[in-house]
Design a protein around this ligand. Structure first.
Ligand code: 8YV
Length: 314
């Protein structure tokens, strides 16, 4: 039997490409010359789209695929897919939850400690050869026992809180609603949570409701002695306010794995020693990316074999 065609609309790992090629005929959109012409001619041939969390699938593209049935999203975040629009066209969406919880939580704690203890700046100090003539490397802030505010206590948030407990950190959180199953103190106001926190960690999804939820007021409430850690999405933060307050010293520091318009990073942040900058690598370990790839393939196989999905979003 012929393998079904799947339209690949984003950059994905060679590993995932290889795994998918066993079950589908993968057609990369960016290799088809004029994409609009290609879609006009052959868009109706595709029931399946494979994409990444960063790229998603635009509404205009869905409209060019009249027989589209499923969008397979390589990533847990699906903010680049308009799920409501997809649902209105009877298009299902899948993502890759849970398999990345541990690695993202590891990274969140790693970013927190790295920023607090100036690891990046200290490392640059060694590489620049400054240690040879300067016996005083950069000094940081203590982590153990400090106050951690978590915005978005979901599956990754719980893994992160567990790790933070091992550092005797005090933990409070903000969600849309308090959780019944945790003892951490709930804070309904993000501004109040920011005022209380030494470290404010963002782990919430990017949605129209959370767009720039971490605004100037929240960042000012966090203040000059405290730091923001963002491993969620750039859109959750008012990036202009963030840059302004870091430059003026009204915010103590930041550890950022995500940005408003990746891969663009505000030039003004490049020279700030109290800011850790990472290229969206929260889930980027060999083990986790393989597990994410496997989950994409499991979804594709389940759909082809029985029309069902392992991790549907809608
Ligand atoms: C991406 C992510 O999935 O899972 C997410 O939501 O942001 C990342 O893990 C990864 O870059 C592959 O698309």
């Amino acid at each position: 039997m012929d393998k079904p065609k799947a339209l690949l609309v984003a950059g994905i790992s060679a590993e995932l490409k290889g795994m998918l090629a066993e079950v589908v005929e993968l057609v990369p959109l960016n290799k088809q010359g004029d994409a609009n012409q290609f879609l006009a001619d052959q868009g109706a041939d595709f029931e399946l789209v494979v994409t990444s969390a960063g790229k998603g699938c635009a509404n205009a593209l869905m409209e060019q695929l009249p027989n589209l049935k499923v969008i397979f999203n390589w990533g847990v975040g699906y903010d680049q897919v308009d799920v409501e629009f997809a649902t209105s066209r009877s298009v299902q969406v899948t993502n890759t939850p849970d398999v990345l919880n541990e690695c993202v939580a590891d990274m969140a704690i790693g970013m927190l400690i790295s920023q607090a203890r100036c690891m990046g700046e200290a490392e640059r100090f060694v590489r620049r050869g400054e240690w040879l003539s300067n016996p005083t490397p950069p000094m940081g802030q203590k982590v153990s026992g400090k106050r951690l505010g978590i915005v978005g206590l979901g599956r990754i948030g719980l893994e992160t809180a567990k790790r933070a407990e091992a550092f005797s950190m005090q933990i409070r959180y903000h969600n849309r609603h308090p959780r019944e199953d945790v003892d951490y103190a709930y804070e309904a106001s993000i501004v109040e949570l920011a005022k209380w926190s030494d470290y404010l960690l963002l782990l919430c999804p990017s949605t129209p409701e959370t767009y720039q939820m971490i605004d100037r007021e929240v960042l000012q409430a966090l203040g000059p002695q405290s730091s923001l850690i963002n491993i969620a999405r750039g859109a959750v933060v008012d990036q202009k306010a963030l840059v302004d307050l870091l430059l003026s010293g009204e915010l103590g520091g930041a550890a950022l794995d995500v940005f408003e318009r990746e891969p663009e990073v505000p030039e003004a942040l490049m020279d700030l020693p109290n800011v850790l900058l990472l290229p969206h690598v929260g889930s980027a370990t060999f083990e986790t990316r393989t597990a994410m790839a496997q989950l994409v393939v499991d979804n594709v196989k389940a759909y082809i074999e029985s029309g069902s999905l392992v991790t549907p979003v809608n």
